[in-house]
Design a protein around this ligand. Structure first.
Ligand SMILES: Cc1cc2nc3c(=O)[nH]c(=O)nc-3n(C[C@H](O)[C@H](O)[C@H](O)COP(=O)(O)O)c2cc1C
Length: 193
């Protein structure tokens, strides 16, 4: 029988960034999305501010997100470099996905808690979400295009300070066997005895 440590390490090591061009068509049920949010909301956070918010695009919402990304490219690209092909490329990922979760933050005042701590708490929540997606055999990755700076305003999201990324989700065409290296333990750990 595997120890708790081996189970958690296996799951952590199995998690990968899997990109929308490797997804096949297929919706993701609300039950599964709820599993991801359930895991996310148990992340550590200073002063229990629970700063994470998840804006979930499914069904026609994926077309709306795609339109937003295309429009952002159009309005932020000069005429000289504008290309129809690049606009389509900017807009295609939501259409290849089963769902997209905009990772958002509702910040407490800086005097209550520093901004970086709130961001760190959201990142912890995303790791929980990501590991849970991986345990469901779902592919996904955290994307941080420039367009996210406009997402809250564009979708008129109330009580949300900022968007920190788009988490694309989909069923991978095949289970990934991607090897991504990490630095050795000795390179990143330093003892003071
Ligand atoms: C905060 C954050 C932002 C990221 N933004 C992007 C991104 O914009 N585009 C991208 O291709 N990958 C992005 N990634 C995914 C990383 O490229 C990926 O995690 C890294 O290559 C390691 O691969 P792995 O997730 O499979 O271990 C982001 C990851 C994090 C944590």
């Amino acid at each position: 029988m595997k120890s708790d440590f081996q189970i958690i390490l296996d799951n952590i090591q199995k998690r990968r960034s899997i990109y929308p061009h490797n997804f096949k068509q297929g919706a993701i049920s609300q039950d599964i999305i709820n599993d991801l949010v359930e895991a996310a909301r148990w992340a550590p956070n200073h002063k229990m501010t629970e700063p994470w918010r998840f804006v979930i695009f499914t069904e026609d919402g994926l077309n709306k997100l795609s339109k937003f990304l295309g429009e952002y490219y159009r309005s932020n690209t000069s005429q000289e470099v504008f290309s129809q092909e690049k606009m389509q490329k900017a807009a295609e990922k939501p259409l290849q996905s089963g769902a997209v979760i905009a990772i958002c933050i509702t910040r407490s005042p800086e005097a209550v808690i520093p901004s970086w701590e709130e961001t760190a708490a959201v990142a912890c929540a995303v790791q929980n979400l990501w590991l849970t997606a991986s345990a469901h055999q779902l592919g996904g990755y955290w994307s941080t295009p420039a367009a996210i700076s406009e997402l809250v305003r564009y979708f008129e999201l109330k009580d949300i300070t900022n968007c920190l990324g788009l988490f694309y989700l989909g069923w991978p065409t095949e289970l990934p066997n991607i090897v991504r290296k990490r630095k050795a333990i000795e390179e990143i750990s330093f003892y003071i005895k």
